[in-house]
Design a binder for this molecule. Structure first.
Ligand code: COA
Length: 255
């Protein structure tokens, strides 16, 4: 199974488990995660959610092969959108434990989580412009609000990777830990949440998210429209083909 889920002591754990492809996420994996989150929302026995990957990689982001095959379908109500809608509207607290690369949606999804812990080897990137794409799932709104416009612009316009210390410094993650301690610490934080009154957590999270819930959903739709169009454009095709051909993309032929 490329996604492992388990419910234990009030915590639903969702684990990326496709290490041979650096945990790149396919539509089937998004669907499994979307279903797990929807199920968790309705299950009173689940009081907190933990999302994690492997010690060497969180996720390489969207599976680029999947992207190429489904380019004409846009984003719409595809499994990725279902997953991100479920994550962004989750009433229960979500903890993320990030080790290794968190590419694209691997970084974007953290903006919708509540407690984000990173290992010292964590590396974050949102290489959308390098792929001929644009930000997704409200990152163009949440990221500048979180870290400030200039820092967000540098990351989103250049798409370059940054390390755990910088992620902590700019406020993308809550804490950085030695790699060997990450999962256990994140699990203990999730267990603490699971032991607290669910009603208090629900109201506190809703207050923290404040009045931005509607704006977040609206921005997601706006971004998805652009993203869907760009997925089918030649720039993205060149970027994806270059990745699999293990060469640098050549965007010079596009205006
Ligand atoms: N989609 C599909 N396959 C992917 C993938 C992705 N996003 N990321 C990695 N893979 C595959 C590679 O094609 C390779 O497959 P192969 O063994 O059959 O050749 C395998 O996973 C290992 O990847 P590799 O690039 O050799 O690993 P690395 O450790 O050198 O680099 C990354 C790791 C994550 C930095 C690098 O794989 C990468 O940049 N991936 C693409 C990230 C990306 O652009 N994601 C989309 C964001 S929207």
């Amino acid at each position: 199974m490329d996604i492992l889920t388990r419910k234990e002591s009030g915590v639903l754990t969702i684990e990326f488990n496709r290490p041979d492809k650096k945990n790149a996420i396919t539509s089937a994996m998004y669907q499994l995660m979307a279903d797990a989150l929807k199920d968790a929302e309705a299950d009173a026995a689940v009081r907190a959610i933990l999302i994690t990957g492997k010690p060497e990689v969180f996720t390489a982001g969207n599976d680029l092969d999947d992207f190429m095959k489904n380019a004409s379908a846009g984003v719409g109500d595809r499994p990725v959108a279902q997953f991100m809608r479920a994550l962004s509207t989750a009433g229960k607290p979500v903890v993320a434990a990030v080790a290794g690369n968190a590419v694209g949606i691997g970084t974007t999804m953290l903006m919708h989580c509540d407690l984000v812990y990173a290992a010292e080897n964590a590396k974050f990137s949102m290489p959308f412009t390098q792929l001929g794409l644009c930000p997704e799932f409200a990152s163009s709104m949440l990221f500048p609000a979180m870290v400030g416009y200039q820092r967000a612009a540098e990351k989103l316009l250049l798409g370059e990777a940054f390390l755990a210390d910088e992620a902590l410094d700019i406020g993308l993650v809550s804490r950085v830990l030695p790699a060997a301690d990450l999962l256990q610490f994140a699990q203990s934080q999730a267990a603490k949440l699971a032991a607290l009154p669910a009603s208090s957590l629900r109201v506190t999270k809703a207050l923290l998210k404040g009045g931005q819930a509607q704006a977040v959903q609206a921005r997601m739709q706006e971004e998805n429209k652009h993203f869907g169009e760009m997925l089918g454009a030649p720039e993205a095709k060149e970027a994806f083909t270059a990745f699999f051909e293990k060469r640098r993309p050549d965007f010079s032929k596009f205006a």
